[in-house]
Design a protein around this ligand. Structure first.
Ligand code: ZN
Ligand code: ZN
Length: 354
């Protein structure tokens, strides 16, 4: 009898093939199912199907998931799994893409008897000979939070960042800054955002960052910053007191470009920095900075600025935006001439150029 594949004549045959052809065409691995792999960046739990499994080191978890998704014809002698992933950070929401190399070693003739392998001389050799199968499987690791951590996360917070005055034009930017500062970190997260009528509360997992972020907000947007801390529990292991820290930022009720009356002066606000406002005095057109602690009054909003036409040069008069009468300007710019367009604002019935 000849081997149906190579035509060689041999003593023993397996499904019509010589030993070497048979071995070559024998595959121990019947199936490798593709599986989605998720890893909890917080606790190390892993998932390769719907259910979360226990905590395991990343590579061990991948190996275990792979073996779970492989089907063998017979138990292999050895399975060597090499995981190739680029260097990366474990971060919630991020992914790592790589490959798994698998080498499966099987003794093809292991369980054959002398009857089936009548060649006495190389019987032992044949029984011991190892066949290697090699596979490369794509791997995608998705970092997320497991169900347990997710649940804990939503209940747990060490502090709040409270931003007030939705009417302030910087409110959205302030809100976004909180998210932007926390997003790239994996040691702190926003456990909840609670919108309110006049602001928003962010619940934050680490009180250390609550204060840092509060300081950043204050530096950038100004206003009034209040920090309060409250004892909420005691760590039994370290017998340290744990505090919950709340940072409240009240954004100013005025915006850049608004006219406010402060320290006996009318000022057009150009910038805000912590407790200070920077601006230009309407009457003298001078740069000035004042502390809002002194108290202030909002006289006009930047949206009330009108563009009008100069009607008279000396003294400078413009067409009043409401009654269209030629009206005296309280802070005239003598470079302007009849027909020029100028921007004005009305404060206490007086027309000012801005
Ligand atoms: Zn053959
Ligand atoms: Zn977890």
């Amino acid at each position: 009898m000849k081997c149906i594949l190579c035509g060689k004549t041999e003593k023993q045959y397996h499904d019509g093939m010589c030993s070497s052809c048979y071995s070559e065409n024998y595959f121990s691995v019947e199936d490798i199912k593709k599986f989605p792999f998720s890893y909890c960046a917080n606790c190390g739990a892993y998932r390769h199907s719907v259910q979360w499994q226990g905590k395991l080191e990343l590579h061990e978890a991948i190996k275990k998931s792979l073996l779970y998704n492989m089907r063998f014809k017979a138990k292999p002698e050895e399975v060597i799994i090499t995981i190739n992933l680029p260097e990366h950070k474990m971060k919630i929401g991020s992914k790592a893409i790589g490959e798994i190399d698998v080498i499966v070693k099987t003794r093809v003739f292991k369980n054959r008897s002398l009857l089936e392998l009548p060649n006495k001389e190389n019987f032992a050799e044949m029984q011991n000979s190892l066949k290697e199968e090699e596979y490369t499987i794509p791997l995608k690791v998705s970092y997320t939070l497991c169900d347990m951590c997710n649940k804990k996360k939503t209940e747990y917070f060490e502090g709040r960042i409270q931003i007030r005055h939705v009417g302030n034009e910087q409110f959205s930017a302030a809100k976004q800054l909180v998210r932007d500062l926390i997003k790239p970190r994996n040691d702190v997260f926003i456990t909840k955002e609670e919108p309110l009528d006049n602001g928003i509360d962010f619940f934050i997992s680490s009180q250390k960052y609550v204060q840092n972020i509060g300081a950043e907000l204050y530096k950038k947007f100004g206003g009034e910053l209040t920090v309060t801390s409250k004892l909420f529990s005691r760590n039994k292991q370290t017998s340290k007191d744990l505090f919950r820290v709340d940072v409240l930022l009240r954004l100013p009720e005025f915006n850049i470009g608004d006219i406010i009356f402060i320290n006996h002066k009318l000022i057009k606000v150009t910038a805000m920095h912590e407790k200070k406002i920077v601006g230009i005095t309407l009457k003298e057109n001078k740069s000035i900075s004042e502390n809002i602690d002194k108290g202030f009054e909002i006289k006009a909003r930047n949206k009330d600025i009108h563009e009008v036409i100069v009607t008279k040069k000396k003294p400078l008069e413009v067409l009043h935006p409401y009654d269209y009468q030629s009206t005296l300007v309280a802070n005239p710019d003598f470079h302007k001439t009849i027909g020029n367009k100028v921007k004005v604002i009305i404060v206490d019935d007086i027309v000012y150029m801005v």
